[in-house]
Ligand binder design. Structure first.
Ligand SMILES: [Fe+2]
Length: 384
């Protein structure tokens, strides 16, 4: 692919971090934004036809690689090939920085494509070293606290330089996301190709035993590990006042998918960034029966959106947010998918269209409620 790291684009609606320029230009030099302005701008430049120019989106939590590794139940694809096709899908969804969220979880469900964090991390690294990737990839280790070996498995991975976030999860029946165990039962029935009630009973019993045996010790071990490696921490599915207190005590940077309004607002007021699902906003509610992203946005406590399991939902949700909720204009909505998530993980070189930032840019054409990503630049290189 030819490098094109210095160029000018013009005749676009620019979405800056705090305002819009209805017709402007951006000049890029050596992969960095050198100049922004209104009107036609310097030199020739590519005419963007009045479409929207946004900062490349920053995604902190997507487990979508798993869908490329296991495209059908129990059918596994070559992992490097899966990484390459996943990267292309993420890039054309408008995302230029992604935290590939890898489960550190020795799961009991054999056909599940997670629980191979080291293998996935190696494949991503191989793809990066061989120039097979379009965008910037980092790693988010999703640690299931009440599981055997999670501290050791995390310790083996956390030294990798690409690890940027560590989340503390607990999907025990009756806890957090699945405090209604019937929802967990439905989730596994759909996901695992139909487990019988007897199999689910046995699984749930084991999960409850594991919770009693491992939770307290592993939680402390993981928090210590993150502190030693200066990895930002994420809490996950916070539900109760105790969860909020734990997150504050452990200096959590971002709270993923709080399940109750009380927890979400308390986390936000404590300065912890609150992340909610973009699919939840687009669909109009949570698939687990928890709070709706739109309802939380009305309180102003929504800080970050995540595409979670549908990559294209990130852009779609951010573009729709101002139409659904009065207190977010378009720049504020785009901040939830660019500047704020970048800041959460300490990537201050990107996340907004501003002089001196990386030229991570996406060109978006809107047609009513729908939108398409027309072009993507990563560090000034056109990648889609
Ligand atoms: Fe969860």
């Amino acid at each position: 692919m030819s490098e094109l790291n210095s160029f000018v684009v013009k005749n676009a609606r620019l979405i800056l971090a705090d305002r819009m320029i209805e017709c402007g230009y951006v000049a890029v030099e050596n992969g960095v934004i050198a100049e922004i302005g209104e009107g036609a701008g310097p030199g020739q430049g590519f005419d963007l036809g009045g479409d929207l120019l946004l900062p490349g989106l920053v995604e902190l939590h997507t487990d979508h690689l798993e869908a490329h590794v296991m495209p059908r139940p129990k059918v596994y694809w070559d992992v490097v090939a899966a990484v390459v096709s996943y990267d292309a899908q993420i890039a054309t969804s408008g995302i230029t920085t992604v935290l590939d969220s890898l489960r550190v979880w020795r799961d009991e469900i054999a056909e599940d494509a997670g629980c191979q964090a080291a293998e996935f991390a190696d494949a991503i690294d191989h793809a990066r070293r061989n120039s097979l990737l379009r965008i910037d990839h980092f790693i988010h280790l999703r640690c299931e606290v009440p599981t055997a070996g999670v501290v050791e498995d995390t310790a083996a991975l956390i030294g990798r330089p690409e690890v940027r976030l560590l989340s503390l999860m607990d999907h025990t029946p009756g806890q957090r996301q699945f405090r209604d165990p019937v929802k967990l039962r439905d989730y596994y029935r759909g996901k695992s190709g139909g487990m019988t009630d007897a199999q689910l009973d046995a699984l749930f019993e084991r999960r409850l035993e594991n919770h009693a045996q491992y939770s307290a010790e592993n939680y402390g071990g993981l928090v210590d590990l993150a502190a030693r490696h200066r990895a930002p921490l994420a809490s996950h599915d916070d539900t109760t006042a105790q969860h909020v207190q734990d997150a504050i005590r452990d200096q959590v940077a971002v709270a993923e998918f709080p399940t109750t309004m009380e927890a979400a607002i308390a986390l936000h007021e404590a300065g912890i960034k609150v992340m909610m699902g973009a699919p939840n906003l687009v669909r109009g509610g949570s698939h687990s029966g928890n709070i709706a992203t739109g309802d939380l946005a009305h309180t102003g406590a929504l800080d970050v959106l995540s595409s979670d399991y549908v990559p294209s939902s990130l852009l779609l949700a951010a573009l729709r947010l101002p139409d659904l909720v009065d207190n977010y204009d378009l720049p504020a909505a785009i901040r939830t998918v660019s500047k704020t998530p970048a800041e959460v993980i300490g990537l201050n070189d990107r996340g907004e269209i501003a002089v001196g930032k990386r030229a991570d840019l996406i060109l978006v054409h809107r047609a009513g409620d729908a939108a398409a990503v027309r072009s993507v630049w990563s560090g000034g290189r056109r990648v889609a």
